[in-house]
Design a protein. Structure first.
Length: 258
């Protein structure tokens, strides 16, 4: 998923308890396990998740969803939320670019939907020529709507050349916007573009009245028009786990030492 460039990052050390304490000290509401897939270091992720929950923090797994049926229950029992990469909707892509298979990822999504209370969302990195055809996007959205329901948020992210895929161009914004329109036309209610400048594509819109409910521009938040989990204008229930009002953290990042 990513390659760490900074040696210091590889030399840092933190116990599960230290991570929970640091998150509490900084006023975080949740801790996300990401960059390398936490499925690959599940023991540490689960130990940390346990410490986080004891401290009242929520836990989020950012994962490719490539995990055996035997390991799924234990892994996801530690998580309040998950963002699952659905990297493409063809076995060809999973075989050629991931040395893996599509079906186990679909099985993970079905498991989350049918057998857990985990709040989950899907992210697809749209790569020109590999997984961006209108036909593939349509089939993927139809599968999501039919099997997971229209309330599962779908994030369509732009690819930028990196690591071993330097020979592919960056994803044009128009491709993401076309894919987003397709997903909305096929009934998905919460579809977002990512890694591009597209405030309208990153805003949460009310499926009932069309009001902008949570305005987003990258990491900056604008208007907040939710009352608990309902549209403040028309009362429509909005799928998700919300805790307003939003803060003003924006795109700042602070590296920390625990
Ligand atoms: Zn509304």
């Amino acid at each position: 998923m990513s390659k760490a460039h900074e040696v210091e990052a590889l030399c840092e050390e933190a116990t599960p308890g230290q991570i929970a304490q640091a998150a509490l000290r900084l006023g975080c509401r949740s801790v996300a396990f990401t960059y390398n897939d936490p499925v690959a270091w599940a023991e540490y992720a689960l130990d940390t998740a346990r410490e986080c929950r004891i401290s009242g923090l929520r836990t989020v797994a950012v994962t490719a969803g490539y995990i055996t049926p035997e390991a799924r229950p234990e892994f996801f029992s530690g998580m309040d939320a998950a963002n699952v990469d659905l990297k493409a909707f063809t076995e060809r892509f999973y075989h050629k670019l991931c040395f893996a298979h599509l079906q186990p990822v679909l099985d993970t999504l079905l498991y989350l939907k049918r057998e857990t209370e985990v709040w989950f969302e899907i992210t697809t990195l749209v790569i020109p020529g590999e997984n961006d055809s209108p036909d593939e996007i349509a089939r993927m959205c139809d599968w999501i709507a039919e099997n997971l329901g229209v309330d599962v948020p779908l994030h369509l992210s732009a690819f930028h050349p990196a690591f071993k895929l330097m020979d592919h161009p960056a994803t044009p914004a128009e491709t993401l916007q076309r894919a987003r329109r397709q997903a909305l036309e096929r009934g998905l209610r919460y579809v977002y573009t990512g890694n591009v400048v597209d405030p309208a594509g990153q805003t949460t819109w009310c499926p009932g009245c069309g009001q902008a409910l949570i305005e987003r521009d990258w990491y900056e938040l604008g208007a907040w028009r939710l009352e608990e989990n309902r549209c403040a204008a028309c009362g429509q229930e909005i799928a998700g786990r919300f805790e307003g009002p939003p803060g003003g953290w924006g795109r700042r990042r602070i590296p920390i030492r625990v």
